[in-house]
Design a protein around this ligand. Structure first.
Ligand code: PLP
Length: 442
């Protein structure tokens, strides 16, 4: 690509493309951070010809890695035969039926009926609305409140935004949906107190990610969700697991909730179900919920997206899951996740400004701290500079700076030991650079 063409793309990007979750000021002054042209395995290539390790599977989603020709082939075949047909009014198509069946076979417990969406936000809005609708049908119309956790992220649709515990997303507008409440992140006691204070008979559902992603890869204690399940059962509250990041192998099990031995009433998913090759998400609901809906519903389920059950998206989802299973990628995520943790711990021993490190499968975090003893943070967060420096060295990562200073990791589940070692080498080099240029100077 000529220099002129590259400049043209950058200018057009600034003028015509309003980017999602992006600093407008930064985009307007600096232009796009990179314009990608190709993906292959764990790697991305940009218009400058730079090659990067996609350390975040782009947005925690490209689980099977980039450039899968067999996905392209089934997509082409599906588009040529039936790209799309409506699933409203009981119309159906084979890929949607097959994918719903496949997901029912993979999800824990009796989560055996699937509603399809085009992404995570729609999935969580669906779960929230289904919970509220359920209580209407059950003759308990006052049960409309949704409880979520601080540091949670559930997306940006109206319900999903208001369920999100990261305040900055709610502060984006001044007008909030009613009946959303928050509990201190991992406090079972606070959950019980909140339910009691709100009035248990007014609470429809509790929603939580098995491991909070955007909130800093926060991995709960082993018994946290068992306690949550107990409390929800005690008060008759529905439990929604947001598996948008953790679903489809990310944590070394097919679904994050499997680590905790807990079956929720609904499970929202997206991202890894199609590894981002097409837009796809959904909600798996329990047999009990489905049965009640069937028995109590009087007319039409007044909720549906044009693309619910999109034939092309579902066919791609099926192929993606076939790859996950055939290549044992869930097991690989567990093994590489353990190796990634060892690598993080070795770095932790070497650099005093690394605080806590953690992984669950190929979902990980490294906290940066001024003092490991007190947990004091640097006045100005280091992680944004850190990820700029890893990018210069060929590794794309993300940061979480909401009351912490954390670098987060979610590499594709195909990651090999050699590729992991390359990632760790870049991290080591970057930590060394940050120590010399910043940490030793503060
Ligand atoms: N839930 C979780 C846990 C997420 O991480 C995300 C996106 O990052 C969402 C929901 C929203 O998904 P989407 O961006 O596909 O709407």
């Amino acid at each position: 690509m000529t220099i002129q063409l590259k400049e043209e793309l950058k200018t057009l990007d600034q003028k015509h493309f309003l980017h999602p979750t992006t600093s407008i000021e930064q985009q307007q002054t600096q232009g796009p951070a990179a314009i990608f042209t190709e993906g292959n395995g764990i790697y991305l290539k940009d218009i400058e010809g730079n090659i990067y390790i996609d350390g975040m599977s782009s947005l925690w989603n490209v689980n099977v890695g980039h450039g899968r020709k067999e996905i392209a082939e089934v997509a082409k075949e599906q588009i040529s035969t039936l790209a799309f047909s409506s699933c409203f009014a009981s119309f159906s198509n084979e890929p949607a039926i097959r994918l719903a069946t496949k997901i029912a076979s993979l999800t824990p417990g009796d989560l055996n009926t699937v509603f399809f969406t085009s992404g995570g936000s729609e999935s969580n809005d669906t779960a929230i609305k289904l919970a509220r609708h359920y209580w209407l049908l059950k003759g308990q119309p006052e049960r409309q409140k949704i409880i979520s956790r601080t540091h949670s992220y559930h997306g940006v649709a109206m319900g999903a935004t208001n369920a999100t515990g990261l305040q900055a997303f709610r502060d984006f507008t001044n007008s909030h949906a009613p009946d959303f409440h928050y509990v201190y992140s991992e406090s079972v006691r606070n959950l019980r107190e909140t339910i009691e204070a709100l009035g248990p008979e007014t609470v429809a559902a509790f929603i939580s990610e098995p491991v909070q992603g955007a909130g800093g890869v926060n991995i709960p204690q082993k018994d946290y969700f068992k306690e949550v399940r107990k409390i929800c059962d005690e008060y008759g509250i529905l439990f929604i697991a947001d598996e948008v990041i953790t679903g489809f192998g990310r944590t070394g099990k097919f679904f994050g909730m499997e680590h905790y031995g807990v079956v929720p009433d609904m499970m929202s998913f997206a991202k890894g179900v199609s590894s981002g090759y097409v837009q796809l998400g959904g909600v798996a609901i329990s047999e009990k919920l489905h049965q009640d809906l069937c028995e109590l519903s009087k007319g039409t389920l007044m909720h549906g997206y044009t693309y619910s059950g999109h034939a092309l998206a579902c066919q791609v989802g099926l192929k993606n899951i076939e790859i996950l299973e055939r290549e044992n990628l869930v097991e690989n995520a567990a093994n590489m996740g353990d190796a990634m943790l060892e690598g993080f711990q070795a770095l932790q021993e070497k650099y005093s400004f690394i605080g806590r490190v953690r992984t669950l499968g190929l979902l990980g975090a490294i906290e940066l701290v001024k003092s490991r003893e007190t947990g004091e943070l640097f006045e100005s967060p280091l992680s944004p500079i850190f990820v700029q420096e890893t990018m210069k060295r060929g590794l794309i990562l993300r940061t979480v700076t909401y009351d912490q200073d954390t670098v987060v990791f979610a590499p594709p589940l195909i990651l090999s030991k050699v590729e992991l070692d390359e990632m760790l080498r870049i991290l080591d080099e970057t930590f060394e650079h940050i120590r010399k240029t910043i940490v030793e100077k503060v």
